[in-house]
Design a protein. Structure first.
Lengths: 350, 350
DNA sequence: TTGAAAGCGGTACCAG
DNA sequence: CTGGTACCGCTTTCAA
């Protein structure tokens, strides 16, 4: 717990002034400080294991090279952590560090968390959520460059750039995958309306049918919820006691947990997957989709990419690197990615 | 992006000096500053929405009221986020804020992350991991009060206090639950040796058998791994084509994902849960154990409590509140908690 | 009761 | 090429 060496310590040891130390260690020694003084300074710095005090630097420069990440519940929940991972990748590669604060879905804490971050001179702010959702942008975010990841400004005149997954296309391509396998009766367990992602995925499902000119039965769409038991119950309703001719040949789920429930139901009913029933997940949750039996075909959310894109946008704004002026575009959409595994197959002939 | 008000701004507006502002706003006005000056100062501060600059404060006080949390992968992984939630609860209640940095399991990044945190004057450090594990304590952690959560110092002479779940008792009580239901042939899918939790849970399983005087078949224990497919395969080996008399009446799993796999296998084999087979999980993962069909009986990891206990220990050390001297105890064990749901029931009579 | 000044650890300007 | 000095925003001591 001994105090760290300061620039003054280095200066003394090298027999020069603090200013010289500052110049040399910041690479502006040549032409300002004698060659041999430079060497002595560098040697002294090394011996004392000197590194400048970040606090003092921030105070002086009014910049900290720290990006504050505000999470609604990404840290504590099992979901979407890779957004932060991706954001951190980019930040580090550009010489910034990120610090995360999680409000555990208590939006009342947003303002104070942001105030805390701002008080500590963060150079920028990123708001990241579990699941696509509209948010009330906390006032403080407008005081420094900021960006939204996986969420968007609920106001009619959005102030901040946001980066979100392209759920519409995701829903469409998931459906297309099944249509291409020959399925003509595809049920949809569609999550619930509390998430804006759900209706988008439903719309994608509709669009795919329309584009393929396949008639669509609205009674095949269920706003079932998001959890395993919901998937189980939904599947039971669709499959239990229904003849092969009348049941859907595929069930598309709005997330992987629903798909787990559906798989469970199929197993209980003695239906083989994918021979009798194809099951499609969404999200491609690590260690769920890839480890299910059979492994789940799923539409992967581009979490890492969202984090990377959002952080890139943010740092460009901070460093004035963005090509056009700020606010040119307000939205970046990142495509989802189909991951084909073993739970989907050709439609059974009947 | 207009600059924040400083103490000087407040002083000017109130027609006093900066020192007066400082005194009053820190509650040491009485007896030092005239009553009416105090009022003017407070009014001015309010009007200007003044809050002191945390950076300047840290520089001045050499303390920041910030706790750095270093995570191996708690943020990006789906697991154990509630440790951080619990830690944050305590920190906030005691006037500290936490900032989290996640190294995504790259221990090479530990040192630099800690250096960053230290450079920013964090008053304390907490290292938190996904899953119980021994760690190499990064040097820098010894320079400020620090604590380990869900992990422990791998060295023979541990320097830091750690808070971990009591896995031995957890394993024992999980087994006792099944024994009490009359099960006498309990298989164990035990995770893998890469986690120190696995052998402890196995030992608990053995202890419970010994205490109940129930003979134990070592060939019922499988180091199966941790994922759904591992549970599925393990269960198939135990159950498929085995007569009711020879198969175990209960399968205890080292985590909930294994239990999902087991449930899936049981469903495929036409076995009812819990009538024909009881299934026990571990971890009590949110939105898995509670939403399975049937809902999983599980041994809950006390994640939140671990975080709370660790942060309490840490803040006590920082504020010098700890009753005994530092380093009195080096370990805190937090008990796991049995959550009884629908996947376990009385052993079938045969 | 008040204000001036020092100092936390740096950087940057400027005179020598 | 060098060292002195002001300043970032705040607290604290000390003299008036």
């Amino acid at each position: 717990m001994n105090r760290k060496a300061t620039a003054l310590d280095v200066a003394k040891r090298a027999g020069v002034s603090r200013s010289a130390v500052s110049l040399v260690l910041n690479g502006r020694g040549d032409g300002n400080v004698a060659k041999e003084s430079q060497d002595r300074i560098r040697a002294a710095a090394l011996e004392l294991n000197y590194s400048p005090n970040a606090i003092a630097l921030s105070l002086r420069n009014q910049r900290s090279r720290v990006i504050g990440i505000l999470s609604d519940e990404v840290v504590v929940s099992p979901f979407d952590g890779n957004i932060i991972g991706g954001a951190d990748d980019i930040a580090r590669s550009r010489g910034f560090v990120t610090v995360v604060m999680d409000t555990e879905r208590d939006t009342a804490r947003d303002a104070s968390a942001i105030e805390t971050l701002l008080d500590r001179q963060v150079d920028g702010l990123m708001y990241v959520t579990v699941g696509l959702k509209p948010i009330e942008v906390p006032q403080g975010m407008l005081r420094v460059p900021s960006v939204l990841a996986n969420c968007y400004d609920a106001h009619p005149e959005p102030q901040l750039h946001h980066v979100i997954p392209d759920e519409l296309t995701g829903g469409r391509e998931a459906t297309e995958h099944l249509l291409q396998l020959g399925h003509r009766d595809i049920a949809l367990l569609a999550g619930s309306e509390d998430s804006p992602a759900a209706p988008l995925r439903v719309q994608g499902y509709r669009d795919a049918h329309a584009a393929a000119n396949v008639p669509l039965r609205s009674d095949r769409i269920f706003m079932a919820g998001w959890d395993i038991d919901a998937g189980y119950r939904g599947a039971m309703k669709l499959l239990d006691g229904v003849s092969a001719a009348e049941r859907p040949t595929a069930i598309m789920c709005a997330n992987d947990r629903l798909a787990v429930g559906v798989t469970l139901a199929a197993a209980r009913l003695g239906l083989r997957v994918p021979e009798d029933l194809s099951i499609m997940g969404y999200d491609d949750e690590t260690r769920i989709a890839d480890t299910m039996v059979p492994a789940l075909t799923s539409m992967a959310l581009p979490l890492r990419e969202i984090g990377r894109a959002a952080m890139t946008k943010l740092l460009d704004a901070i460093e004035g690197t963005d090509t056009a002026g700020k606010g040119t575009t307000v939205e970046t959409m990142v495509p989802c990615r189909l991951v084909t595994r073993d739970s989907t197959g050709p439609a059974p002939t009947r």
